[in-house]
Design a protein around this ligand. Structure first.
Ligand code: 5GP
Length: 205
């Protein structure tokens, strides 16, 4: 039985482990796809074009935006980010469940668009103190950057109640399990059956 895929929105303050959780969930559960966003930010070391992002110029981004080729787009930390309408539609039509890793502005835009019926998930740290400890532990950011990220995190956490599900990352294994449970429960809903489908179970002869 082939049914259209489900759209998932995933948001989190940076440093919450969202990418690590999603990567593990995608290994464990078949039929999940990641939507590769377009961005005008510069690639970081080791980031390959077309994998985490499609890296484009501001001109190319603006053109796509003006042609209405993004489901949503937003400016985050001074750069533009957008979700391709065509790519997501293709993945959903293939029956894949599609994950959008987007910020709270993009999530609000998609949640208001009734054509998607998305499942929205917010990943949060157990506390801001713990998030600060993790950001400092990475040793990659200056005090200034950490202060800015913590400030942003506090703002983003205020939007958590607008999401349907909250995953508190107090340990990777538990967080992965909670995320998987959300997906499995969603896949088990009867309203995923195409209209008019009769369920015929094989009988023992
Ligand atoms: P980063 O540049 O650190 O990868 O991502 C910065 C922020 O941009 C993250 O919160 C991420 O979720 C968000 N983001 C990535 N892609 C998109 C997108 O297509 N749309 C929106 N609205 N946000 C995005």
């Amino acid at each position: 039985m082939q049914v259209a895929g489900q759209l998932y929105i995933l948001s989190a303050p940076s440093g919450c482990g969202k990418t690590t959780i999603l990567r593990q969930v995608m290994v464990n559960i078949p039929g999940l796809a990641f939507s590769v966003s377009h961005t005008t930010r510069q690639p970081r070391d080791g980031e390959e074009n077309g994998v985490a992002y499609h890296f484009v110029t501001k001109e190319a981004f603006t053109e796509m935006r003006d042609e209405n080729r993004f489901i949503e787009w937003a400016e985050v930390h001074g750069n533009y980010y957008g979700t391709s309408r065509q790519a997501v539609a293709d993945q959903l039509q293939n029956g894949q469940d599609v994950f959008l890793d987007i910020d709270v502005q993009g999530a609000a835009i998609i949640s208001e668009d009734s054509s998607f019926d998305p499942v929205s998930i917010f990943v949060a740290p157990p506390s801001l103190a713990e998030l600060e400890r993790r950001l400092r532990g990475r040793g990659t950011d200056s005090d200034e950057t950490i202060a800015l990220r913590l400030q942003n995190a506090a703002k983003e956490m205020a939007a958590a109640s607008q999401y349907q599900f909250l995953v508190i990352n107090d340990g990777l294994d538990d967080a992965v399990l909670v995320m998987q449970s959300i997906i499995i429960a969603r896949r088990s809903r009867t309203n995923r059956l195409p209209d008019g489908t009769a369920i015929i179970l094989e009988t023992d002869k």
